[in-house]
Design a protein around this ligand. Structure first.
Ligand code: GLA
Length: 380
C-alpha cells in the first residue's frame, strides 16, 4: 500500500498520470414524503475516507466527514439524522440547494421585459427569500449515479412556480474528488426569459457540528467590497470598500474578533449576513474564502465561478432545533458561505445580471476543499 502510494505520488509529481481512485457511492432510503414519495440518500466516500451524504429532498448535504490534523474524523455540517428534521417548516435550509433565486428579492417582485412578476412573501413581511415558500430546498430531486462516481440531481421547475416565469430545467452534479473536494456544478436552461441564482446552503463548523461556536474560526475572504443592506437585508445598491470596517477579511481574522462592534451594518444583520463582492481575475474558478479552525487544524477553502459570496454567521439559529446526534444548534453554531450573484439583482440594474434566456445555459461551479493546517494560523 505504502509502496503503491509512493509510486503514485512520484507519478503525480512528474505529471506522468493522474490517478483517480474512484469515489464509492452507496444508496439508501432516507424516509418518505407526506405524499409517500421515497427520499433517497447517497453516501459518497473517497479513497481518503472523506464522506459526503446527500439526500434527494432539497439536494441537501446531510453530513460531511473530514479528518482533523490528527486524522480524527468529524461531521462538519449542521443537519438532521432523519428526513423528519428537514421537513420541519422552521428548518433553516441546512445543507440544501437553493433556487430559483438564492437570497432576497426586495418587495417580492421584479420586472423583466416590461412585465412585473409577483413572488411569495416569506421574509420580513415583504421580501422573497431563497426562492419563495417552496424553493428548490423543499422539492424532491431526481437522482442518477454518474459513471465517474458523481451524483447528478435534476429538477424541473414549472413555468410560474413560486411566481417565476419559464420552465427551468436544473441539473446539479455533486462530486467528491480524490483531492478532498466537494465539487458542485450547477446548470439550467429555460424556455422563457427568467432570473436564476443557485447556491448551496451548508452550515459549517470545522470543530464538528454541535461542537461549539464558530467565533474563533479564522476567515479570509477574497473580497475588497461588500453590498451594505437596509433594515430588511436588501442591498442598498452601494458597493462599499471593506477597508477600515469590520467587514475586512482580506487578511485572516477570527470571525468573532469584531462581530460585537457598534457597526450599523453588523447591527442590521445581527452579525454578518452580507454579500461580499469577490476580487476576480477573469472567468473560471477563483478562491473566494478560506476558513481555518485553530484547535483541529481543519481548513475549508471555497473556490467559485460566481461573482459573490454571502457570509452568514448563523444569526437566526436559536438553539430550538434538535440536530444530528441530539445536538442543539445555538446562535453562531455555524457559518455559511453561499456562493452566488448579489441579492436583489433582478431589481438592481447596476448589479451583474441574473437573467437567463432561452438558448442560453446557466453554468456555475463551486468547490469546497478540505485540508488541515499543521500549526494554527496567526490571528490578526
Ligand atoms: C441566508 C440569509 C440569511 C438567512 C439564512 C437562512 O444566509 O442571508 O438572512 O435567511 O439564509 O436562515
Amino acid at each position: 500500500m505504502l509502496a503503491f502510494s509512493s509510486v503514485a505520488a512520484m507519478l503525480l509529481l512528474f505529471g506522468a498520470v493522474t490517478i483517480h481512485a474512484a469515489t464509492k457511492v452507496s444508496e439508501a432510503d432516507f424516509g418518505k414524503m407526506p405524499n409517500g414519495a421515497v427520499v433517497h440518500i447517497f453516501t459518497l466516500t473517497n479513497e481518503h475516507g472523506v464522506e459526503a451524504r446527500i439526500c434527494t429532498y432539497g439536494g441537501a448535504v446531510v453530513s460531511l466527514k473530514t479528518p482533523d490534523r490528527n486524522g480524527q474524523m468529524a461531521d462538519i455540517v449542521l443537519g438532521f439524522d432523519s428526513l423528519e428534521g428537514y421537513l420541519n417548516p422552521a428548518e433553516p435550509y441546512f445543507g440544501a440547494l437553493i433556487g430559483r433565486y438564492g437570497n432576497r428579492i426586495g418587495n417580492a417582485k421584479f420586472t423583466l421585459d416590461g412585465k412585473q412578476y409577483t413572488l411569495p412573501v416569506n421574509d420580513n413581511g415583504k421580501n422573497t427569500l431563497h426562492g419563495g415558500n417552496k424553493g428548490f430546498d423543499k422539492v424532491v430531486w431526481t437522482p442518477r449515479q454518474l459513471p465517474d462516481g458523481g451524483l447528478e440531481l435534476t429538477y424541473v421547475s414549472k413555468d410560474g412556480e413560486e411566481g417565476f416565469p419559464g420552465t427551468l430545467h436544473v441539473t446539479v452534479d455533486y462530486h467528491l474528488t480524490a483531492a478532498n473536494e466537494l465539487r458542485i456544478d450547477y446548470s439550467a436552461t429555460t424556455d422563457k426569459d427568467t432570473v436564476v441564482n443557485l447556491t448551496n446552503h451548508s452550515y459549517w463548523n470545522l470543530k464538528g457540528a454541535g461542537n461549539g461556536l464558530i467565533l474563533d474560526h479564522v476567515l479570509t475572504l477574497n473580497a475588497s467590497r461588500f453590498t451594505p443592506v437596509d433594515a430588511g437585508l436588501i442591498p442598498t445598491g452601494e458597493l462599499k470598500p471593506v477597508a477600515g470596517t469590520p467587514f475586512d477579511f482580506t487578511k485572516p481574522t477570527a470571525v468573532g474578533a469584531r462581530i460585537g462592534q457598534a457597526d450599523e451594518q453588523l447591527k442590521l444583520g445581527n452579525g454578518y449576513d452580507h454579500n461580499f463582492v469577490l476580487n476576480r481575475g477573469g472567468a473560471g474558478l477563483s478562491l473566494a474564502a478560506r476558513v481555518e479552525e485553530p484547535t483541529t487544524g481543519r481548513v475549508l477553502e471555497v473556490e467559485t465561478t460566481e461573482p459573490a459570496i454571502q457570509f452568514y454567521t448563523g444569526n437566526f439559529l436559536d438553539g430550538t432545533l434538535k440536530g444530528k446526534g441530539g445536538h442543539v444548534y445555538p446562535m453562531r453554531a455555524a457559518l455559511c458561505l453561499e456562493t452566488q450573484h448579489y441579492p436583489d439583482s433582478p431589481n438592481k440594474p447596476s448589479f451583474p445580471t441574473t437573467v437567463l434566456k432561452p438558448g442560453q445555459t446557466y453554468k456555475t461551479t463551486t468547490v469546497y476543499r478540505f485540508s488541515v493546517a499543521k500549526s494554527a494560523e496567526k490571528k490578526k
